[in-house]
Design a protein around this ligand. Structure first.
Ligand code: GLV
Ligand code: MN
Ligand code: MN
Length: 446
């Protein structure tokens, strides 16, 4: 599945050495790589500043979408966008959009990412793409370059989800996929998504105004950390994303009977947690039962009433399945539900799952992949084609425009963790490829 691009080995070794901080040696007077347009120190400085909003004392960040920390991070991102000369607005779905005029009457070229994080996440997922997009605009301004297409930087609202929505909220709204009733979703404090949408500057009354119709943008380009170990292990600085996985997310409930843990004999129990535990293992078995890269995860479990001396009466748990093939995701989901039904019968516990919330998989556009490869080649950087196992706003943008994604390495493939790391040089390489690919697409796209 992974195809090294047709690069000369010498160049690959050189860029790998530079990446490893080995300071590739070259004869005096000979430059090892073409000049960069983006400024590595300036970009890294903004990443460090953004990391202060929602910082955890133990490391990493909790800047969950629709929280105070998110609001503070968004204010910082908007100030950077204005300083870069962008005209900034927040659309009805809370997406931050920064515009720069082009020389022709064409639809805008859209590029960006997100700045919200998972709870106890890192400082690179989303942040690298968002702040690099702003750095690209600063570099264009310094170079006094006007593009043919107008440019629009997008910082999508609530990419990770978790508090109210299943993730990719802002881009789902842009693709017209958010049902109005979603705005009534309440968290444990009784606050609604609609309330928080208003707080971040959105307009819950007119959510459909955030819709981006097919043809209204020329294309969408996103730089992101890989979040897997492929580039890091191969020591390749740039990934060319082939496609983004589809994600199906269900909330399931195992309902048994809460009873006294000391007086209820083992053969008379309806233990919801015992049934849910078997269900968790069944997910793993079913997903592993066929070849391929599909994955299945139970990442949330709520046990009620949650006391050491009470048999669990109810367990609520998440069921997430991902693959590039939407039919496979659906087929595996059906098999898992069959296994849940059998386990429920055996345990005398009812296991039910709500209809899934689905983010469809998306393939990237051939012109975008070629522009990224050519941009990397120009910048002296090796590339590798690979799929994305993580979800991205680009998969929603693919509903209304051609899309492309650039990956940079994640150290040891760690992400959604405070240990997430991509070195300054690697971040700047990604930003430089974003800069060059954007200009190529600006010249090529009609
Ligand atoms: C987003 O990061 C996801 O893949 O869940
Ligand atoms: Mn993420
Ligand atoms: Mn992300």
């Amino acid at each position: 599945m992974f195809r090294p691009s047709h690069r000369r080995l010498a160049l690959l070794a050189c860029s790998a050495a530079a990446l490893c901080g080995l300071g590739a040696t070259a004869p005096a007077g000979e430059s090892t790589s073409p000049a960069r347009h983006v400024n590595q120190e300036r970009l890294w400085g903004t990443l460090q500043k953004l990391s202060e909003f929602g910082r955890n004392p133990g490391g990493g960040v909790s800047r969950v979408g629709f929280t105070e920390a998110d609001l503070a991070g968004r204010a910082y991102a908007m100030s950077l966008m204005r300083d870069a000369g962008l005209e900034v607005r927040v659309d009805a779905a809370g997406n931050i959009l920064g515009s720069r005029p082009g020389s022709k009457n064409l639809p805008a070229l859209l590029f960006g990412s997100h700045i919200d994080s998972v709870p106890h996440g890192g400082n690179f997922d989303g942040d690298v793409g968002s702040l690099s997009a702003i750095e690209v605009v600063r570099a264009l301004r310094e170079g006094q370059i006007t593009t043919r297409h107008p440019l629009q930087v997008a910082v999508w609202a609530d990419e990770e989800g978790g508090r109210f929505y299943s993730g990719l909220f802002g881009s789902s709204a842009a693709a017209g996929l958010v049902p109005p009733e979603a705005l009534e979703t309440r968290d444990d404090n009784g606050e609604t998504l609609g309330y928080w949408l208003q707080r971040i500057g959105g307009d819950p009354e007119h959510l459909s105004a955030a819709r981006m119709a097919p043809g209204s943008v020329a294309g969408y380009l996103e730089l992101h950390i890989e979040q897997g170990a492929v580039l890091d292990e191969a020591k390749i600085p740039i990934g060319v994303v082939e496609g983004i996985v589809g994600i199906s997310l269900r909330t399931c409930t195992a309902t048994g009977f809460a009873n006294h843990a000391g007086t209820t004999p083992m053969n008379r129990r309806q233990d919801a947690l015992a049934a849910a535990s078997r269900a968790v293992l069944a997910v793993r078995e079913v997903v592993r039962a066929e070849p391929g890269r599909q994955v299945g995860t139970v990442g949330q479990l709520k046990v009620e009433p949650g006391a050491a001396n009470v048999i669990p009466g109810r367990v609520t748990f998440s069921l997430e399945i991902r693959d590039l093939d939407a039919q496979k995701v659906e087929r595996i989901g059906e098999r898992v539900l069959e296994r849940f039904a059998a386990i429920g019968q055996e345990e005398n516990v009812r296991i039910e799952c709500a209809a899934p919330s689905v983010h469809a998989p998306a393939l990237t556009d051939a012109r975008f992949k070629e522009a990224i490869r050519a941009a990397a080649r120009e910048a002296g950087l090796a590339t590798l084609d690979l799929p994305s196992g993580a979800g991205h706003d680009a998969q929603n943008a693919a509903r209304f425009a051609p899309v492309g994604m650039i990956f940079v390495p994640s150290r040891k493939g760690i992400s959604h963790s405070p240990l997430e790391y991509t070195a300054p040089e690697q971040v700047a390489s990604g930003a430089e490829v974003l800069y060059r690919a954007l200009l190529r697409l600006d010249a090529e796209l009609r």
